[in-house]
Design a protein around this ligand. Structure first.
Ligand code: SAM
Length: 272
């Protein structure tokens, strides 16, 4: 059937001289409708492909033992390397005047596990569930993390590198962006922080006689790193066996320890 005949059928009372104008209006309305639908359909689909600009090499050789937040282990260290395309001093021009940077990264070691709507944060003893977006858990949609690190030094001669402190990332973590920390807007001294209002408890760390020699032979920053990392009790929240010997790989070392009401470092050896 011709379109005009269709229009006549749908709008029998409209005088014939209005058919053409109505047809144009209908076509326009239909076009706008299609555009609106296309726009709405696109809304949840702002998918974006991003690539890392670099990666960090850190003192944390494995996930176990990495502090649960940046800044908790001030003597931890990391070096950010840039992928070739981004290896340009211009990218960081002016950044040397900032003491801290935000790193946006991927939890690349847990991406395969996907995300869950609720998780059990260690701060709640590991047995109470809250929404993943109310936590800093790794099992989140998009698997992106955010860490505030001390910017100790920038190297622009040769390879471009950022030397970082207070990091909470496992070595090899891909970095997608770096932004300077702005205290005037990023710091909120009177913020409410729900179940994480208090800083985590720190345990006393004792060096057993069996580990004293090895401990004493380490550089001061490495000694401080080991004590800071273990004082945070890296064990899963549900573990509570004072006899159990744990091993953590830190700064190229294999550190064995027990946890009761304090941490005892039982041995320190070079990683094989
Ligand atoms: C709770 S998350 C917090 C990270 C970041 N500060 C944030 O809030 O997004 C810190 C934990 O992530 C884990 N982690 C660090 N780097 C990771 C990586 N590349 N892939 C998966 N997990 C990682 C470690 O177990 C660490 O204790």
């Amino acid at each position: 059937m011709h379109q005009n005949q269709l229009l006549k059928k749908s709008f029998p009372r409209v005088p014939p001289f209005h058919y053409e104008a109505q047809e144009v209006l209908l076509i326009c309305a239909r076009r706008i409708g299609v555009l609106c639908c296309q726009f709405l359909a696109r809304l949840p689909d702002w998918a974006m492909e991003i690539e890392p600009i670099g990666w960090v090499e850190t003192c944390f050789d494995e996930k176990f033992g990495v502090p649960r937040q940046s800044g908790l282990c001030p003597n931890s260290w990391g070096v950010m390397h840039f992928h070739e395309k981004y290896r340009q001093a211009d990218l960081v021009r002016g950044l040397q005047d900032f003491s801290h940077v935000w790193l946006i990264f991927a939890f690349h070691q847990t991406l395969d596990h996907g995300w869950t709507p609720t998780v059990r944060p260690p701060r709640l003893g590991g047995n109470q569930r809250v929404g993943v977006l109310a936590t800093r858990s790794t099992f989140r949609p998009n698997g992106l993390g955010l860490s505030l690190c001390r910017l100790e030094r920038i190297e622009t001669s040769g390879e471009l590198r950022l030397f970082l402190g207070g990091i909470d990332l496992v070595s090899g973590t891909p970095i997608y962006d770096v932004k300077p920390y702005l205290s005037y807007c990023d710091a909120v001294p009177d913020a409410s922080c729900g179940y994480a209002a208090e800083p985590p408890v720190k345990l006393r760390v004792v060096i057993a006689p069996s580990a004293e020699l090895a401990f004493a032979s380490l550089p001061e920053r490495t000694r401080d790193l080991i004590c800071e990392a273990l004082a945070l009790d890296p064990r899963p929240a549900i573990h509570d066996d004072p006899e159990r010997l744990y091993g953590v790989r830190l700064a190229g070392l294999e550190v064995r320890f027990r946890v009761a009401d304090h941490v005892t470092i039982a041995s320190i050896s070079r990683q094989i």
